[in-house]
Design a protein around this ligand. Structure first.
Ligand SMILES: Nc1nc2c(ncn2[C@@H]2O[C@H](COP(=O)(O)OP(=O)(O)O)[C@@H](O)[C@H]2O)c(=O)[nH]1
Ligand SMILES: [Mg+2]
Length: 222
């Protein structure tokens, strides 16, 4: 028989956790800086979570939705516009980090390399980095273009979790199918967190759970 346990279950959050996370993310968020070079990173004096994924996957919009601010991280229709590592501060408690997107069609090879190197250097050396959220478009699931990112994260041994974005663009039930397939695909990856979140920044779907997961995994308090 199962013993009753207070251990939190992966991917399940109590009403208290959801409420505390809502309060945490209602705190004021500000843009700190955009770094184009590794030397410009802010001092590693706060826990950080970073958002990675191909350009246009919805990184900036997800950050905006998390903190309930429309224009904090600029979301644009133009792929590859975010070419710096951008830092946002959540009321001196936590930093949210918008990493350069990958898979740009239009940028030059040298530009792409420069910002991928920057992202990789950040991932490898950041002691305060608690987790990377790797965003994947729910309509596409994991694609070949994401392989390098998964490999880089496994190599850097940074804990990462996959977030499916733009779930509002799918029919009912389809996102859950992609969620199950994605979970299966990452099951043998050493640094992958064994839960996949389904979100829509447009509709707010999955945001309370993502806030709760961030709070749980960083240990940040309200
Ligand atoms: N329908 C829908 N569109 C989204 C969602 N999230 C982002 N987008 C759109 O996708 C495009 C790229 O988003 P952005 O946040 O700039 O992507 P980034 O390049 O990864 O930062 C923009 O046109 C967004 O409005 C979502 O949840 N639903
Ligand atoms: Mg962006």
């Amino acid at each position: 028989m199962d013993q009753p346990s207070d251990e939190p279950k992966v991917g399940e959050y109590s009403d208290t956790e959801i409420e505390q996370a809502r309060v945490l993310f209602a705190r004021p968020a500000t843009f700190v800086l955009g770094c184009a070079k590794i030397e410009q990173l802010p001092d590693p004096d706060l826990p950080e979570i970073a958002f990675a994924g191909r350009s246009n996957v919805g990184k900036s919009r997800l950050i905006n939705a998390l903190v309930g601010m429309h224009k904090l991280a600029r979301a644009s229709n133009e792929p590859g516009r975010t070419r710096e590592v951008n830092f946002f501060d959540l009321d001196g408690r936590l930093r949210l980090v918008d990493l350069p997107g990958y898979g740009w069609a239009k940028a030059s090879k040298t530009t792409v390399k420069k910002f991928q190197d920057l992202g990789r250097d950040y991932l490898r050396g950041r002691v305060t980095l608690k987790r990377v959220y790797l965003l994947i478009d729910a309509r596409h699931g994991l694609k070949k273009v994401d392989d390098d990112a998964l490999k880089a994260l496994d190599l850097a041994a940074v804990s990462y979790q996959i977030i499916l974005t733009k779930a509002d663009k799918l029919k009912k039930g389809e996102a859950e199918k992609v969620q199950a397939e994605t979970l299966k695909a990452i099951s043998k990856r050493p640094a992958a967190f064994p839960a996949v979140l389904v979100t829509s920044a447009e509709k707010g779907t999955g945001m309370p759970e993502l806030r709760a997961e961030i709070m749980r995994s960083t240990g940040v308090e309200i």
